[in-house]
Design a protein around this ligand. Structure first.
Ligand code: HEC
Length: 325
């Protein structure tokens, strides 16, 4: 075997093994939603730092490929391959650290798994792109060249999708477009549930209850910070409560629901939530949460289901305005 082939086979072996490892990690260690060892979380948190390297480096590869076609920058051609190596390595490192972050800090949920899957796909696409680049360096065949351009393009698209999912995790799903002029927003938010109209089929918890918690409580009670040992971003944890030992929410039972107790205290009390200095919930929001807990605090119930238990007597408390025609 000539030495060149040997190098290519070695690269294929290493690339294949790494890709397999990346696919196996989330299969062997599925997300439990429970925090893992501190050491894993400590290392995993470097994901936030390292993830910016593959973003910049991967984007540079097609840019350099284009620029080096000009006579002036032709001599930079030699930089493409090492750049692609760095881009691929940094993507693998960011993927592994991201996986550790999810394990260590006990992340769960669809957005996290989508982001993780997209990150792994990006890394594997980059490994394939690198192997193809290696082949094109020693083969002038058009097939390798075409395959290289295609996988490079898909790597970039996959990277953009991964980054967007990641940013949505940190900043919220409507961060990118919420400040755009209202006329432009529908262009971006078609797939964004927060922007879709609430109908009788809408899920009450997802569309009416969780948004209140997200805006007023997640800051201190979610995966990043769980004050009082209480997380509200996960339905099970929301129900089970925090260090105080009372259930966060006891379906159908207002007295035993610590969340209800805290949001209905006089705002001057120390235990009132959200704490002093934070905007209290409106009467209507409290009424909505109260009604939802009373009628069973279901994660599945639709607006139509719950409307059956809606107090038709206006004397029974503040009107709950449900944005359904
Ligand atoms: C600025 C931070 C902050 C915000 C925002 C906040 N909390 Fe808290 N929360 C705390 C702290 C600190 C504690 C622990 C001290 C205590 O129990 O009062 C706590 C404790 C709790 C507990 C008791 C958990 C237990 O089992 O001991 C509940 C329930 C709670 N918060 C509900 C809420 C709700 C509902 C919201 C939103 C409406 C909210 N919190 C918003 C800081 C916050």
């Amino acid at each position: 075997m000539n030495p060149l082939k040997k190098k290519q086979y070695r690269l294929m072996g290493i690339g294949g093994a790494t890709a397999l490892l990346l696919v196996l990690l989330p299969v062997l260690f599925p997300m439990s939603g429970k925090p893992g060892p501190n050491g894993v979380a400590a290392l995993g948190r470097f994901h936030i730092l390292t993830l910016h390297f593959p973003i910049a480096l991967v984007m540079l590869v097609p840019l350099l490929e284009l620029l080096t076609r000009t006579r002036r920058l032709n001599n930079l051609k030699v930089a493409v391959y090492p750049l692609l190596v760095l881009a691929t390595l940094s993507s693998i490192v960011a993927s592994v650290l991201g996986f550790m972050l999810a394990q260590g800090d006990g992340f769960s949920g669809a957005l996290v798994s989508d982001h993780m899957r997209a990150g792994i796909v990006t890394s594997i696409l980059l490994i394939i792109t690198l192997l193809l680049k290696e082949l094109t360096r020693h083969n002038s065949g058009m097939a390798f060249q075409a395959a290289y351009i295609i996988t490079l393009s898909f790597s970039v698209l996959s990277l953009i999708s991964t980054s967007h999912h990641g940013a949505s995790l940190v900043h919220g799903t409507d961060y990118l477009y919420e400040k755009l002029p209202p006329g432009l927003q529908p262009l971006f938010s078609a797939g964004n549930p927060a922007q879709q109209e609430i109908t009788k089929e809408s899920n009450v918890y997802d569309r009416l209850i969780q948004p209140i918690f997200r805006t007023h409580c997640y800051e201190c009670h979610s995966k990043d910070k769980s004050k009082g040992g209480f997380r509200m971003d996960d339905f099970e944890l929301l129900l089970s409560g925090g260090d105080g030992g009372m259930p966060g929410i006891e379906p159908g039972n207002l007295e035993d629901s610590e969340v209800h107790y805290r949001i209905t205290l006089p705002p001057t009390k120390k235990a009132f939530m959200p704490p002093a200095g934070h905007q209290p919930l409106t009467e209507e929001q409290v009424a909505l949460i109260t009604w939802w807990i009373q009628s069973g605090a279901s994660a599945e119930a639709s607006v139509a289901d719950l409307l059956q238990s809606y107090p038709s007597d206006p004397e029974r408390g503040p009107t709950i305005r449900i944005p359904v025609q």
